[in-house]
Design a protein around this ligand. Structure first.
Ligand SMILES: Cc1cc2nc3c(=O)[nH]c(=O)nc-3n(C[C@H](O)[C@H](O)[C@H](O)COP(=O)(O)OP(=O)(O)OC[C@H]3O[C@@H](n4cnc5c(N)ncnc54)[C@H](O)[C@@H]3O)c2cc1C
Length: 497
């Protein structure tokens, strides 16, 4: 693992039996996993290049148990890593070797559906798709739609501020969560936001969303429900070059249209998806846009005409508008299956996530071709073009010595270029372990110290999700948060790495 994680504390490892006993008292029955072979599935999340076995896994059933677990761990200085479905692509749910992996999959109930307030209150282990399914019969849905939505949980979505194809028009998780119940490392509960509009005081709800499991454990989420659009239509737009496709994206937005989704695939991704699924994508183009408009039929027709006119003016060689709902879904099926499709043409791939201003798309894709040649690794691109959110998939073979290192160096070069172009290190997958050591590219020491002070206010002993997000974890005392008496630091064992 090139990114270094905090060294396990030998004193905690020595107390394993005591920790297991305490956890079994809090979560009786099947709620504690401590057998070596049964811990194996929890060693990593979807960033499989990073794996390490947790001390044990605890599967609580309710908020009261989570309060008791965190309070005990805080009192006994034991690290805790929250986990939803483990689909994070940034290593956010990578366990600590000397810590408890707190798996939230048993908190999987929809607690309330309140159509009057267009809100649903759910537990964190409910999957993203299950929310839309639960309200579909009444014509409602939950808008953020990560491609992993069949598996990923609402708790994970909140922690990562996840997005998806339709976030261009309907917003990310942050725009669709109204309230949170959070258990702090001390075992105390805080409630942020709620169904009422606006809240006095600091926007702690905004702070908590996207905090990557570092501030507290989310145990209840109030979600905004939207009315499902009356209809939708998608179009495939093929271009001979990436620059023309990128210009088309910019022109559509500049025209005042916000499509429901606007995705781009480059030639390697188009071919992989087409070989895998046969969605009907043109093979003779270098860039493919899938653009969707939604609303009443007349609005869709009007917007689609505008989009196809703009595409034609940008030299689109393929313009195919979906003629039926079945065809629209087939267009999207190819896009949603793009990751597994790439998995068929390469033993391993490394999916990264960075964001750039839309106008920089052609320059970035040209630069990536050059980087691909220099690093000696192929790259395929599938991304949220409307948001400028890139997902380069770097193809490598983990069994070839040095290829993972080269893939990581390639990825780091792309992310540095994103920042240099005025973009950011992540669009939706989070920093986690993956981009932790690149945080210095975006933030200076003062910025980072302020962010760490916020972490200290919530979790002064730095026990929650250690080793993630911050490249150079200071003791809270060094940030002026704690009183150090006669040089005796409160937590001398917190490692620096
Ligand atoms: C094939 C594939 C496609 C994907 N497509 C998308 C996409 O389109 N858009 C997108 O945004 N992401 C995407 N992802 C990434 C991933 O699915 C999201 O980040 C998702 O939100 C993670 O949810 P999870 O339940 O799996 O969380 P996990 O992976 O288990 O955890 C993610 C983070 O959340 C924290 N966490 C989990 N639950 C809680 C909780 N209750 N309280 C506090 N912290 C918690 C963990 O500590 C960790 O830091 C994709 C992943 C895969 C594998």
């Amino acid at each position: 693992m090139p990114v270094k994680m905090p060294a396990p504390d030998s004193r905690t490892l020595a107390r394993r039996a005591q920790i297991i006993k305490a956890m079994r008292e809090i979560v009786p029955g099947e709620g504690v996993i401590d057998q070596r072979d049964e811990l194996a599935p929890y060693e990593s999340d979807a960033l499989t290049a990073y794996a390490q076995r947790p001390l044990l896994v605890v599967l609580p059933e309710n908020t009261a148990q989570i309060c008791a677990i965190l309070r005990w761990c805080n009192d006994h200085q034991v690290r805790v890593v929250p986990r939803g479905a483990g689909t994070s692509l940034s290593g956010g749910a990578l366990p600590a070797q000397d810590g408890i992996l707190l798996a939230l999959s048993r908190l999987n109930r929809i607690l309330e559906i309140d159509y009057d307030n267009r809100a649903a209150v759910v537990q964190p282990g409910v999957t993203n798709l299950a929310v839309s399914q639960a309200v579909a019969a009444r014509g409602f849905y939950y808008a953020p739609d990560p491609s992993s939505q069949i598996a990923c949980t609402i708790g994970g979505n909140v922690a990562e501020n996840s997005g998806g194809v339709h976030c261009l028009k309907y917003g990310m998780t942050a725009h669709n969560v109204l309230g949170l119940k959070i258990v702090l490392m001390s075992g105390e509960i805080i409630e942020l936001g709620g169904k009422a509009l606006d809240m006095p005081g600091y926007d702690l709800l905004g702070l908590a969303i996207g905090s990557e499991g570092l501030l507290g454990v989310v145990t209840e989420v109030t979600l905004r429900l939207l009315v499902r659009p009356q209809g939708a239509q998608a179009v495939l737009l093929g271009f001979a070059g990436v620059a023309a496709a990128a210009q088309c994206v910019a022109d559509v937005i500049a025209h005042g249209i916000i499509p429901a989704g606007m995705e781009m695939m480059d030639r390697p991704a188009i071919h992989a998806a087409e070989d895998f699924l046969g969605a009907g994508y043109p093979r003779d183009v270098d860039a493919l846009l899938i653009v969707e408009v939604d609303g009443p039929q007349e609005e869709c027709r009007h917007l689609m005409q505008l989009v196809t006119d703009i595409a034609a003016r940008n030299g689109a060689t393929t313009i195919r508008v979906s003629a039926s709902e079945e065809e629209r879904l087939r267009f999207w099926a190819g896009r949603k299956a793009a990751f597994p499709a790439i998995g068929r043409i390469s033993p391993d791939y490394y999916c990264i996530d960075g964001t750039i201003p839309r106008r920089c798309l052609p320059e970035m894709l040209t630069r990536m071709t050059d980087m691909s040649r220099r690093h000696g690794l192929r790259v395929a691109n599938v991304f949220h073009a409307g948001d400028g959110n890139l997902h380069p998939l770097i193809l490598y073979d983990a069994n070839v010595p040095g290829e993972l290192d080269r893939a990581e160096a390639f990825a780091a070069e792309i992310l540095r270029a994103c920042v240099a172009m005025g973009g950011v290190l992540t669009g939706e997958h989070g920093v986690g372990v993956e981009k932790r050591d690149l945080m210095g590219e975006m933030f200076n020491e003062v910025d980072l110290a302020h962010q760490e002070r916020i972490k200290c206010a919530f979790d002064p002993a730095m026990l929650l999700n250690p080793g993630k997000v911050f490249p150079n974890l200071h003791r809270c005392a060094e940030l002026g948060r704690m009183h150090v008496h006669h040089g005796a630091v409160a937590f001398p064992d917190i490692p620096r790495f």
